[in-house]
Design a binder for this molecule. Structure first.
Ligand code: UDP
Ligand code: MG
Length: 339
């Protein structure tokens, strides 16, 4: 049955699973079956009722067909297919809206985050923690450049941003339903989920784990996308760049005042007042350059305001395979403008 036909009244009588595992997938045909096998094995041994939600983020390879087979063969698997590629963070966001579990685990499809850590996360959750975030102790198979940029990323964000972001965390984490409900209320378009789960508060604990190399396929985060993500992290959680603009602007104004005084004195009391042309030339170029940089920074914020102001849905779903969910019904009702 199409989930679009469901209303609140014919909500299926399906008990809420204890755990929902969210797996965003973009062109993961080489790994997805292995991932499902390993995840299923771990979850079967974890002793909790569960569902595994695969979000197909507009894959262009055979990922969808493989997911379709998984959904029809495994009672725990559900597949949400987005209408196109919306990006990793949005795919995970879609997963959060479809997840019914009392807790949710976010994990990548490429087995870089070992599913075997999930039972440890569940144990921490049972101790009462509401966010259990994975911290990478080692990252095998990633080149020095990726490691260095990743380190720089966390350090810069922490310097600039108002919410602390634990070092070397990714999105591999377990979050309680309370936090899921909080995240569902955060509708911003430029998202960095790891920073958003830090912002919400609640009881949080770190869980160290070893990050493995990609099982197969290649990273979908080229440098360009990493920079975009870093920029989202900084601009969505910080107005420090704007403050820097103001501070430098004030310094500039001070030097400008000195320059003006100097020019006036030279003009009034000097006889050869064309001197200082070099200084003037340099000043004009310098001010021009600085102004363009600042316009760019302000433009980044304005662009984001424009993006948010349009209030478009963050993603569109083209198909749902497997059992329907409470979350989906709420989402679709919300998309229709319902309560
Ligand atoms: N992913 C996605 N949409 C995208 C890019 C990536 O859903 O546009 C998924 C991808 O399938 C994987 C996860 O996000 O499960 C992390 O991506 P990747 O492994 O390429 O990133 P990296 O580990 O290299 O940072
Ligand atoms: Mg990866």
């Amino acid at each position: 049955m199409s989930p679009f036909a469901l209303s609140r009244d014919d909500r299926p009588d399906r008990p809420r699973p204890a755990l929902s595992v969210i797996v965003p997938c973009y062109n993961e045909e080489e790994v997805i079956e292995t991932t499902h096998a390993r995840l299923s094995a771990v979850m079967a041994g974890a002793g909790v009722s569960h569902e595994i939600i695969y979000i197909d983020d507009g894959s262009k390879d055979a990922t969808v067909e493989k997911l379709r087979a998984i959904a029809s063969n495994c009672a725990h698997a559900r597949v949400v297919r987005l209408s196109r590629n919306f990006g990793h963070q949005i795919a995970v966001t879609a997963g959060l809206e479809f997840a019914d579990g009392d807790a949710v685990v976010l994990i990548d499809a490429d087995l870089q985050d070992p599913p075997e850590v999930i039972p440890e996360m569940i144990a921490k959750w049972r101790e009462g923690y509401e966010v259990v975030y994975g911290v990478r102790t080692t990252r095998e198979g990633e080149n020095a450049f990726k490691l260095w940029t990743a380190r720089a990323f966390y350090r810069i964000i922490n310097k600039l941003s108002e919410v602390p972001l634990p070092l070397d965390t990714g999105d591999f984490r377990l979050i309680d339903r309370k936090v899921v409900l909080a995240l569902r209320r955060m509708h911003e378009r430029y998202r960095l989920l790891r920073a958003m789960t830090s912002w919400v508060g609640f009881r949080q604990v770190a869980l160290p784990y070893e990050r493995h190399k990609r099982f197969a396929g290649e990273s979908k985060y080229p440098l360009r996308k990493m920079l975009a993500l870093a920029l989202d992290g900084i601009l969505s959680f910080s107005v420090v760049p704007l403050r820097i603009v103001t501070a430098v602007g004030l310094c500039m104004a001070f030097f400008a005042a000195l320059g003006i005084t100097y020019a006036l004195i030279g003009r009034i009391f000097g006889d050869d007042w064309v001197r200082g042309w070099t200084l003037m030339f340099i000043t004009v170029l310098f001010f021009g350059g600085i102004q363009f940089i600042f316009l760019g920074i302000i433009g980044e914020y304005v662009g984001r305001i424009y993006g948010e102001a349009k209030q478009r849905p963050l993603y569109l779903v083209s198909e749902v395979m497997g059992p329907p969910s409470f979350g989906a019904i709420e989402t679709l009702a919300h998309e229709r403008g319902g309560p």
